[in-house]
Design a binder for this molecule. Sequence first.
Ligand code: ZN
Length: 121
Amino acid sequence: MGLVLAVYQISLLPERILKKICISKDGCWNWMGGDTGKGHGKVKWEGHYVVIHRIVYKLLESEELPDELPLDHLCRNRRCCNPHHLEPVTHKVNTHRGHACLFKPLPQPKGKSAKEIADES
Ligand SMILES: [Zn+2]
């Protein structure tokens, strides 16, 4: 991969996905389409509904993302599908991080929430 790919080519995404991503000031790629009911964006992909951040990660970063490996949102924004904000982690690490948040609250993202942007448009 290397440094050259440190900036992801958002334009490489299929247009139907690209159209529904709204980039906030803090760099989150907020999914403006449907969601899973748990806050994660979802999209119909190859006949199934799947969470959008996994699709974007697979398309731009690594096609070999194992299905059982969760992607952790480093930005804590479940609607975000920016591969820079995603990190594949084991369930153990993911759970550990969740607990860590109880003791150390993460700052709120500075940009507008996806809902605010949705309400404005
Ligand atoms: Zn993000």
